[in-house]
Design a protein around this ligand. Structure first.
Ligand SMILES: [Zn+2]
Length: 198
């Protein structure tokens, strides 16, 4: 358990969980069973932090190394030296609390733009193709895919490419985003999706 500063050796990909639901359509003489993509849920392993005491964005990215009773770990602010304690509340790291639980919850669905609405914004036809691919992945009992895999599905579907060199800010409290998240956002932008970047 704990938190460590990201370096090449401990980098683990951020992931999303694929959630589907069963749809039963009744026609006159038959029932059709099909699946629908309900949501994607962010599962963060690499994330930025900011200090709630002095409001400084922290220059490093951190690796989530597991939590016990919700306690992930504590780092020292690089500006004021005060503790920045990180707490989660699930097996899936969809959000973290930075100090002052519970008023200060950071949702990775918003910070990392890992939300089904950005896939829907690719347009109905493209969304349906991506939905079908994610449902097929989930059928193999693979419930998690890396953000890199999701990005490559978008690239294939939209016939676009990404450089991996772009850096974005989605929330001014944070000054850095993980590499896989920046590249995922680049894929959305190159696909024409309007994204809330600063
Ligand atoms: Zn500070």
């Amino acid at each position: 358990m704990g938190i460590s500063v990201l370096n090449v050796d401990n980098a683990r990909p951020n992931r999303v969980m694929i959630r589907t639901e069963q749809i039963v359509t009744k026609h006159f003489f038959y029932k059709k069973n099909s699946k629908k993509l309900r949501s994607i849920i962010a599962d963060a392993s690499v994330f930025p932090l900011y200090c709630t005491s002095c409001n400084s964005p922290q220059p490093n990215l951190y690796v989530h190394e597991g939590s016990r009773y919700g306690q992930v770990g504590t780092v020292k602010c690089s500006s004021c030296g005060k503790d920045i304690a990180v707490i989660d509340h699930d097996n899936i790291v969809a959000s973290i609390f930075i100090n002052n639980y519970p008023s200060n919850e950071i949702f990775f669905q918003e910070l990392f733009l890992l939300d089904i609405k950005y896939l829907e914004a690719l347009g109905k036809h493209h969304f349906q193709n991506i939905e079908e691919r994610l449902i097929n992945i989930e059928k193999d009992n693979t419930y998690f895919i890396s953000v890199d895999k999701l990005r490559s599905i978008i690239e294939e579907e939209m016939h676009i490419s990404t450089s991996g060199q772009k850096k974005y800010i989605t929330d001014e409290r944070f000054s850095v985003l993980p590499e896989d998240i920046n590249r995922f956002i680049e894929a959305l932008i190159n696909s024409g999706v309007e994204v809330p970047i600063k």
